[in-house]
Design a protein around this ligand. Sequence first.
Ligand code: GCB
Length: 595
Amino acid sequence: MLKPQTTPTRELVNLDGVWRFATDPMVGDAPWAATLPGSLEVAVPASFNDQFVDPAIRGHVGLVWYQRNVRVPRGWKDERIVLRLDAATHAGAVYVDDTLVAEHVGGYTPFEADVTDVVTAGGEFRLTVGVDNRLTNITIPPGTVTTGPDGRQKQSYLHDFYNYAGLARSVWLYSTPSRFIEGVTVTTGREGANGTVDYRVEASGTVRVILRDADGGQVTAGDGANGRLVVPDATLWQPGAAYLYELEVQIVEDGAVADTYTLPVGIRTVEVTATEFLINGEPFYFTGFGKHEDTAVRGKGHDNAYLVHDFELMNWIGANSFRTSHYPYAEEVLEYADRHGLVVIDETAAVGLNLGVMGGLTGAPATPTFSPEGCNDQTRDAHAQHLRELIARDKNHPSVVMWCIANEPASNEDGAREYFEPLIELTRELDPTRPVTIAEVMFATSENDKVADLLDVICLNRYYGWYVATGDLETAAQYLEMDLRAWADTHGKPILMTEYGADTMPGQHSVWDVPWTEEYQRDYLAMHHRIFDRIPSFVGEQVWNFADFETSLGIHRVGGNKKGVFTRDRRPKAAAFALRERWRGIGNSKPGAED
Ligand code: GCB
């Protein structure tokens, strides 16, 4: 699905702002049919939860209602008119006045509705969106809703971040001509010094494409809906040195341009060998973080100031990459990464497909994850649909170098292979150009894991020195090294550490190895780096987490997860300075490797 944009043939109205709001118990049967009752208002884009003081609103489980009036530009009389929501977490139903125009399940991918027939240019309509935050065993991510004795619903889930919900990304009304460009796919390659851009356009009519360089100069052009463009002496998109060409796609009718859409294109290649991750044929060593979309008050709401600041901090610390843990991020984030040369591992929202974790943490007998009551065929169908939408949205971003199709599933349990094999195949079918991975939970070992041979890169989440061998970095180092060597020997694939980290209270200090202190976080990371540097097939390190973030409350969390190298308001802990020294020193190369 193309991200809406303004072009000579398309116009765009942003519908962000302060909307009317109500939770389901506050409204009658058909809340879209009239102005919402009450006086609550809510900011869009932002999760609704932390905007309110009333705990019944913050923790509401079920539907909430967003509403505003929208005026259609009067010049859009002969245009096709589309309503687009960048996300409704986790499901949305959209009404234009009394008409249901779109329904969508999945909280982190966009959806839209052609509303040409139900709105009038120059007229006004009432836009109402019902947003449902419930997670069940057949949603991605999964969860469980139970009803208490007082009839109130309670949501539980197995992922370690707060279930923020609502309209956390922008809402748009846009126009296209009636004959329009529906989709564009580009894949890039290299032939000696030349770059290649293979393009495929979905559109009815005669298609013409023009490729321009970063200064706007025409490089080459092509006719037809499919083709290959050759870029002589191409400037490549490189980690840390982004270069973007611009592909202008046109539908031409009777010599005139009927529709036009412009896509930034970075020419680069990605390949994986037994020991290396290659970008443009060069070994690339990942440094950086697993992140979250998480800030105070906004929850998961996209915020451009935090976008810029987070990338500034990543640049300051010398990070060259991040993982969109544990869900697809706002498209603005990927566009920024494209422009600034940050490398992205793009992750689905399939987090918490692991019923064994609870057993492991509480000592209770583990429930089988892949079972009719757990993750079943319907869950897998939802997961497949989520993959289709993610890849359709993000396939053209040069910054995205790998798909991570799940975080810490029970890949060691029976049924994991049957669940994942078709999804891995689907991912490769949808995008044959990028490697595929899963971030592996620590219960999955090189011996008991059932899916690793299907993956291109082994991504490991490990907490030696934190959940295991807490406060004992010496023992932790031994466990870590044994674990990594076993994976290297068993699979002969590149290994990337996608999580390692220690909860840290800023301001807590000690001369000893004391968990929660700033020194312990720093030394814990340094211990890991000593071991990483000894493993030849090691291709990168992403610390958990970039910043502290909100979680559901429980006995394991005090004011959220504190494994951030930065606090939730982005102040550095001591580890930040140590990471900066290491990462700025190694750049994009494996430590100890010859340049
Ligand atoms: C993990 C999860 C991540 C958690 C982290 C932790 O393994 O992937 O979502 O936040 O551990 O801090 O426990």
